[in-house]
Design a protein around this ligand. Sequence first.
Ligand SMILES: Nc1ncnc2c1ncn2[C@@H]1O[C@H](COP(=O)(O)OP(=O)(O)OP(=O)(O)O)[C@@H](O)[C@H]1O
Ligand SMILES: [Mg+2]
Length: 329
Amino acid sequence: MKKLVEVRNLRAYYILRGGKIAVKAVDNITMDIKEGEVLGIVGESGCGKSTFARCIMMDFTPPLRKIGGKIIMNGHDLTNLSMEELRKNVWGRLVSMIPQSALNALPPVRKIGDFIYDVASYRLGIRDKEKVQELAQERFEDVKLAPYVLNMYPHELSGGMKQRVAIAIATLLKPKLLIADEPTSALDVVTQKAILRTLLDLKKGGIIGSIMFITHDIAILRQIADRIGVMYAGKLVEIGSVDQILYNPLHPYTKALINSVVTPEPEIRKRGIAYIPGNPPELINPPPGCRFHPRCPYVKGICKIREPEMITVEPGHLVACHLYSQEEG
Ligand SMILES: Nc1ncnc2c1ncn2[C@@H]1O[C@H](COP(=O)(O)OP(=O)(O)OP(=O)(O)O)[C@@H](O)[C@H]1O
Ligand SMILES: [Mg+2]
C-alpha cells in the first residue's frame, strides 16, 4: 500500500511557565499511515494520543509547540505551510479530525446547519452558503441523518446523532485521512457499533481514504483497524497488523494492555502479564532510558540507561524494546 502520511522524528512539547517547563507529549515518533488503511492508535490516558493527532493536523496552537521532525502528506512536506495554505489545501481535504470533545463542542445556541456554515467558512474557506448547504445535505445522507437535523439545536440530539453530525462536518470535503479521536468512548455499545459501521461505510464509499482511530480500548480496534500503533508516555512503542499486535504482542506494555482488557478470547488473554503496576510517568520529567522501565516486569540494566530504538522483528511488525535488540540478546 502507498504511504499517505510519513511522520519523521516528530517532537511536540507543551511549553509552560514562560519556557521553564516542557511537557514532552510527543517525543520522537516516526511512522507511516498508508493509503486506504484504518490505523488504530492505542495507549493509556495522558500518553499523548490527542497531541499526536493535533500534530498531524498541524495544529500547533500555544502552549503546544513543534520542537522537531516532519510530517509529509501525499508527498508534500507540511512543515512550512502558512495558515492560509493549510486552510486552502490541507484541512478538510487532505486531513480532517473529529476532536475528542466533539460531542460537547457543538455550540448550544447555534442550529446545526448554521454551525456547519461557521466551520466551513472559517476552517475550510468556503463562503458560499448554498454550496455548504448542498455539501451538508449530501453528507447527512451518507451518515444517515435526516435533513431536518440541520434545523435542530444540539440539545435536541442524542449522543449518537451528535457524533454523526461531527463525522459529517469532518468529512464534508472527502478528506484523504480522517482522524477520529475517541469517537465512541462516550457512547453505549450499540451506538458504538453503529458509529464504527458508519465510519467503515464512508471509507468503502470513497468519502474518506484512510482513518486514524484513537482509543484507549484496544479491544475495539479488532472491529475496525488494519494496523495498530501502541503509544506509551509520548512514544510509539510498537506497531504492526491487528493480528501481530493482538496475537503476538512483543512490548511488555502492549502485552499488559491486552491483558487488562476483558476479552472473551483466551487465545488473546493468556499472553504476558496480567496487569500494569504503577502509573504512566510525568511527561515533564520522564524516566531515562525506556520510559516504561519503572513498570516493566522484564527490566534489565540497559533499559534504565539507553532508550530503545524501533526495530523490525517480522515484516511490518516493529517494536522499541531492549528485549528484542540483537546486541543485548
Ligand atoms: N493544553 C495543555 N497544556 C499542557 N499540557 C497538556 C495540554 N494538553 C495536554 N497536555 C499534557 O500532555 C500529555 C498528553 O496529553 P494528551 O491529551 O495528548 O493524551 P491522550 O493520550 O490523548 O489522553 P486521553 O486518553 O486522556 O485523551 C498529558 O501529560 C497532558 O497532561
Ligand atoms: Mg486524548
